[in-house]
Design a protein around this ligand. Structure first.
Ligand code: FAD
Ligand code: 2HG
Ligand code: ZN
Length: 480
């Protein structure tokens, strides 16, 4: 292995090949703090050529590579396993916005550019890059593409795969595929770009991307709405679509338990409504500078919703700071859950029409499995995507009983996933599979689908060195 480390140092500079525990620490533990591995080294190349040299050297030495962007992933896909023989390849030094073309509606970036910086580059030329995640200050475009990230603007603009036109990728053998084309029309064969989207670093390392830009939406009308049930939230969604049409850009749900955690743990958070409600919806309309009347549309929508019984109260943002405060209630839930104690995440999709009945029946079933378990339910209801997360029961003296949650974790997750499968839903709506869910996902897929996935992996990465153990579980009997 010393030979490999020497080669890496020669290729990208000794300062960017990290091997000391203190230097690698931040790269081997995930955001949740529950997935920790060990690395042979963490390497930080600064260009596509350097990435290619690293991957070729690792391929030559038979050493697995774990690509990493902002390390905000929630399924353990961007951190190494416990073996200590994997190289973490961080894209953190590849942060160049290569080109912005407002008329073509494209921005070309290095894969390590942070999402918020892409949004800012678009804003500078009066355009919008619509992807919006709570982690946008640290996640990278390479990570977003590799997880096919969702977020709060999917309802209007789609998942990451709908926002990309072309890619540059370093293949598992170190060759570079230059597919950085910004063409809207290109029917010249298999869609290789889309093959790498959502591949979680198992087919190659994305080093650059051409992304789509949209007209800017500087005007917003935003409300925090109390709703009596999930059923009412779904009815409100229908009304919002009718009233606001294309201007409807966000429709997010959260239960009271989620908001209680934010109020308890997020400094400065306050409840915008007088009376607590079982459920809340964050609804936002967005439009161009000439789109007058968004506030009026939202007010009339809410008036009708109250009359129809699908909303009981609402707070409208009257200023940008009030808007930020409403968004912070929604975006702060992940962090608040983590501060509270042990958490079990379930990022599921169900047909929207089934959401209400499913949540109504799931809660009591989980109480039987783990009495007192706290349901922290929130997410992108407009996409049928719930973060059906759980926090530990409270002990008699009000502490988070993390051991009780851990002891019941497997049974809780199985109950949820089995039920999602029966509804023809998905056990990973937007976070991917990583190491956490790879085996479970395969067990809910048909043999044909798993075979196809393995065939793709085998064709592009025959030596199995790109992020092994992530997304595609090894075939039975094969060495991992
Ligand atoms: P990482 O965590 O570094 O990596 C994620 C995966 O991508 C790994 O498998 C890794 O190997 C691979 N990868 C990374 N870069 C590359 C590359 N250049 N080439 C090939 N493979 C690569 N996700 C959502 O979908 N919607 C949300 O609303 C959302 N909100 C979040 C809020 C918070 C507070 C947090 C902590 C996370 C949230 N996430 C959300 C999850 C996470 O931010 C996304 O999955 C994000 O896309 C990961 O980007 P990253 O750069 O941090 O990737
Ligand atoms: C969100 O929508 C993210 O806030 C994170 O997808 C969800 O932490 C989670 O489980
Ligand atoms: Zn989400």
């Amino acid at each position: 292995m010393d030979d490999l480390l020497d080669r890496l140092r020669t290729s990208i500079g000794a300062d960017h090949v990290l091997t000391e525990d203190a230097d690698v620490a931040a790269y081997v533990v995930d955001w949740t703090g529950t997935r920790a591995g060990r690395a042979l080294a963490v390497v930080r190349p600064s260009s596509t050529e350097e990435v290619a040299a690293v991957v070729a050297a690792c391929a030559g030495a038979g050493v697995p590579v774990v690509p990493q962007g902002g390390n905000t992933g929630l399924v353990g896909g961007g951190v190494p396993d416990a073996s200590g023989n994997q190289v973490v390849l961080s894209l953190g030094r590849m942060r160049r916005v290569r080109e912005v073309d407002p008329v073509a509606g494209t921005v070309t970036v290095d894969a390590g550019v942070v999402l918020a910086d892409v949004q800012a580059a678009a804003e500078k030329v009066d355009r919008l890059f619509p992807m919006s995640l709570g982690s946008e200050g640290s996640c990278t475009i390479g990570g977003n593409l590799s997880t096919n990230a969702g977020g709060t603007a999917v309802l209007r603009y789609g998942m990451t795969r709908e926002l990309v036109l072309g890619l540059e990728v370093v293949l598992p053998d170190g060759r570079v595929w230059d597919g950085l084309r910004g063409l809207r029309k290109d029917n010249t064969g298999y869609d290789l770009t889309q093959l790498f989207v959502g591949a979680e670093g198992t087919l190659g390392v994305i080093t650059g991307a051409v992304l789509r830009l949209f007209p800017a939406t500087p005007r917003h009308a935003t409300a925090w709405v109390a709703v009596p049930s999930v059923d009412a939230a779904v009815s409100l969604l229908g009304l919002a679509q009718q009233h606001a049409g294309v201007h409807l850009s966000t429709f997010e749900i959260a239960n009271r338990q989620a908001i209680d955690l934010v109020l308890a743990h997020l400094p400065g958070a306050s409840d915008p409504l007088g009376e607590p409600s079982d459920w809340y919806v964050l609804v936002e309309l967005a439009g161009s500078a000439s789109d007058d009347g968004l506030d009026e549309t939202l007010e009339s929508l809410l008036g009708e919703a109250v009359e129809a019984g699908c909303a009981t109260d609402a707070a409208l943002a009257g200023s940008p700071s009030q808007r930020s405060a409403l968004w912070a209630l929604r975006e702060g839930i992940s962090e608040a859950q983590k501060v509270e104690g042990a958490t079990l995440k379930h990022d599921v999709t169900l047909p929207i029409a089934r959401l209400a009945e499913w949540t109504d029946t799931m809660g009591p079933r989980l109480q039987e499995v783990c009495p007192g378990v706290r349901l922290v339910t929130y997410g992108h209801v407009g996409d049928g995507n719930l973060h059906y997360n759980l926090n530990a029961p409270l002990t008699d003296d009000g502490r988070s009983d993390d051991d009780a949650l851990r002891a019941a974790a497997a049974d809780l997750t199985t109950a949820i996933y089995d039920s999602v499968a029966r509804e023809a839903g998905s056990i990973s709506a937007e976070h991917g599979l990583g190491r956490t869910k790879a085996a479970a996902a395969a067990s809910y897929k048909s043999d044909v689908e798993v075979d196809l996935m393995r065939a793709v992996k085998q064709a592009l990465d025959p030596a199995g060195l790109m992020n092994p153990g992530v997304l595609v579980p090894p075939a039975p009997g094969a060495s991992a």
